[in-house]
Design a protein around this ligand. Structure first.
Ligand code: ATP
Ligand code: MG
Length: 275
């Protein structure tokens, strides 16, 4: 089976403005060091790691919101490593992103309908826009009457549903979700995760889910990759990896989960090792 997204030996470097010297090319700092990342159609993969480990940078590179400095990315077998925006435009409908902070991502002066319609309009898809928007809102668990509201009239959880409606309105087959539940209370988080699970099933979506929270990964993802300082240091099936983490960094991450959230399979593995 071909991977939906297949990234190999990916490197991303940012210009280092603090070291700028006149008449010389700006030096760069490498953030991703040879990352291999694959996701198949319909698959759900968690990307975890501490702050600054490069999760968002990897996600943005996969969507080609930034251009890698080395390596390759293919989307459905098509090489998009250095594709120009014009060539990427038709793909933008099929690989989308849910933003962490929906209030910052939504224009306060635009109705919900206008915000959700934006990706359709950007792609020049003018047919049945209202119909598609209402359907996306409905799929995201929002009443159709919300179409004519404004962002400030919605709760945090409802705004995040608008963010989801906007990400699915073009019927994508890949969605990147970057820390999308971290600002929400626990019961709203659970509802949003349920919604994502349902959408994945109904739309056959592949999902890359970036989070600090390993307990979220466990309920949502089949596979997990662990990042540390711009590298993937461990990856595997969720159940197997949580039962027997190999990398010391993964063990530290697991140890940071509040105990009541855990089943004790991995604790047993750890106890065995200590003994
Ligand atoms: N546009 C940029 N220019 C320069 N450096 C950047 C840029 N974006 C990210 N970085 C640096 O790259 C590193 C990785 O950042 P990234 O945002 O990918 O981490 P993260 O794992 O998503 O962290 P967090 O969990 O805090 O969101 C950090 O050191 C960050 O300062
Ligand atoms: Mg991030």
């Amino acid at each position: 089976m071909t991977a939906l997204i297949d990234a190999t030996a990916l490197e991303v470097a940012f210009p280092d403005t603090s070291k700028k010297r006149p008449f010389r090319p700006a030096p760069t700092t490498k953030i991703l060091h040879g990352v291999d990342f694959h996701i198949s159609a319909g698959e759900s993969v968690g990307i975890v790691g501490e702050s600054g480990s490069g999760k968002t940078t990897l996600g943005r590179a996969l969507l080609r919101l930034i251009e890698p400095s080395a390596g390759h990315i293919a989307f459905e077998g098509q090489d998009i490593t250095h594709a120009a925006e014009r060539a990427l435009r038709p793909l933008r409908a099929r690989m989308t992103m849910i933003f962490q902070n929906p209030l910052a991502a939504l224009n306060p002066r635009r109705t919900i309908a206008a915000s959700v319609a934006a990706p359709l309009v950007a792609r020049g898809d003018g047919s049945d826009v209202r119909q598609k928007v209402l359907r996306a809102l409905d799929r995201s668990g929002l009443p159709k009457s919300f179409a004519d509201r404004y962002p400030h009239q919605l709760s945090g959880g409802q705004r995040q549903r608008v963010g989801i409606a906007r990400a699915i309105v073009t019927e994508p087959n890949f969605i990147l979700a970057d820390e999308i539940v971290s600002g929400l209370d626990v019961s709203t988080q659970a509802q949003i995760l349920d919604l994502l699970r349902e959408l994945r099933r109904d739309m056959g979506l592949a999902l890359a889910f970036i989070t600090h929270d390993l307990s979220v990964v466990r309920v949502l993802c089949e596979r997990v990759v662990v990042m540390h300082q711009g590298r993937i240091v461990e990856e595997g099936d969720c159940a197997a990896l949580f039962a027997a983490p190999r990398h010391p960094y993964t063990r530290r991450l697991l140890a940071a989960i509040p105990l009541p959230e855990l089943d004790d399979t991995w604790l047993d593995a750890e106890a065995e090792e200590v003994a």
